[in-house]
Design a protein around this ligand. Structure first.
Ligand code: LMR
Length: 397
């Protein structure tokens, strides 16, 4: 049976890492997978995580199963970070939060819940969206449709086209929105645009399904949750996937959360029972290490403060790199104005290159990025900035 299975190509994002590692060019540059990197090109464990791990090592007394929803303190932390500790949905017990194996686990579990609640639902996703959204959501058997989002010619959101397309979203549909640091474009909705989408959701009756994988990497923890909090204020329902992969650097610990906001506490309790029955059938219960760290860090005054400082340092380094990259790219070539990169947020921007130009960058210069010319800005550093800019200049000339 298994011999009949065809060989599949490598994942378009994760496959880049393997290709990069196999490349023997000493000048190679990895602008592929979205992980934070220091000036030295490393992805170290945050100091707050190291300290929390030491505490966990001392105090953890059992490896017995966690409750099906995961570590309770981590769930309280995830909900408080997303909605704000005093938010009405928390106070009124209208939100049910579970811990999931990364943001991917949250997206997939939510897709299964949607398929169960509304088998004919359509999930509208932005064009473009993160490549893995499509398999994660469609594997549950749900129909996906695209709404226009990023205009490659203007290097900005085509908000009018987005609003117009979403006029078609009906009351059984969901609209997947990126809370901040849109992956792959780096172009985020403004507060006014969030308000307009919220009003449209109220009018059309669709449910927002928000992916917040980069909270803290845009403008700050509170600022990046603007849309989530606004929609939770004004709408009866929403679904939210969050991740601690980036903002706590817990990538391999697979630490994420899924929150369901329901119109009432009873509705939230029913959603929780449904989602736990789904996750029991998918993976039984989530891993505990990452979420135990979240619990410790969020609830320790000193570690929480240390985390916020480390997160600020990562965010500010990326915005500094954006400025430097614009300066270097605009001074090495005249074909394109790259100033838009400095206006965007988070780890990613599109360079706006063709697939052929991206292939040349990889083959001739060992500069790696996804085929759609998405670059991980955090992969740039003082040592490779000129090399990367000159290589891009060469393929543009
Ligand atoms: C990315 O977009 O590069 C990251 O979210 C990593 C991944 O899993 O694709």
């Amino acid at each position: 049976m298994l011999t009949e299975l065809p060989l599949l190509p490598a994942d378009p994002i994760l496959g880049l890492s393997a290709a990069y590692h196999a490349d023997t060019n000493p000048d190679k540059v990895d602008l592929g997978v979205g992980v934070y990197k220091t000036e030295q090109g490393n992805t170290p464990i945050l100091a707050c995580v190291k300290q929390a791990e030491a505490e966990l090592y001392q105090n953890e007394s059992s490896k017995v199963y966690t409750p099906p929803a995961g570590v309770p303190g981590a769930n309280r932390a995830a909900a408080a970070l997303a909605f704000g500790e005093q938010h009405a949905v928390i106070r009124d017990q209208r939100v049910a939060t579970i811990q999931t194996p990364g943001g991917c686990g949250a997206l997939r579990a939510a897709a299964e819940l949607i398929a169960k609640a509304k088998p004919n639902a359509t999930i509208w996703v932005s064009n473009p969206t993160w490549g893995n959204h499509v398999p994660l959501l469609s594997s549950a058997g749900i129909t996906l449709k695209e709404y226009p989002y990023y205009d490659f010619n203007r290097q900005a959101i085509d908000f009018d086209a987005m609003l117009e397309a979403l006029q078609q979203a009906g009351k059984d549909d969901l609209v997947l929105l990126h809370a901040c640091c849109h992956n792959p474009s780096g172009a985020d909705l403004t507060p006014n645009q969030w308000q307009q989408i919220t009003e449209l959701a109220a009018k059309r009756g669709f449910t927002p399904f928000i992916d917040m994988a980069y909270q803290g990497f845009g403008d700050g923890i509170v600022e990046d949750a603007y849309g989530v909090r606004l929609m939770a204020d004004q709408l009866p329902e929403l679904i939210l996937a969050t991740s601690f992969s980036k903002n706590l650097g817990l990538y391999r610990e697979r630490t994420g959360s899924l929150s369901i906001v329901a119109p009432s506490a009873t509705g939230a309790a029913a959603s929780l029972s449904q989602i736990l029955s789904i996750t029991r059938g998918l993976y039984s219960m989530p891993p505990a290490h990452g979420s135990s760290l979240v619990d410790i860090i969020y609830h320790s005054e000193s570690l929480h403060a240390l985390w916020l400082q480390e997160l600020t340092d990562m965010r500010e380094r990326i915005s500094g790199l954006r400025e430097q990259l614009v300066g270097a790219l605009n001074s090495t070539q005249q074909q394109m104005n790259f100033s838009f990169i400095a206006q965007q947020r988070g780890m990613f921007s599109f360079l706006g290159l063709s697939t052929a130009q991206v292939t040349r960058l990889k083959n001739e210069f060992s500069v790696y990025m996804t085929d759609n010319s998405r670059v991980n800005i955090a992969g740039v550093n003082g040592a490779n900035l000129d090399y990367v800019s000159r290589a891009i200049g060469q393929v543009l000339s």
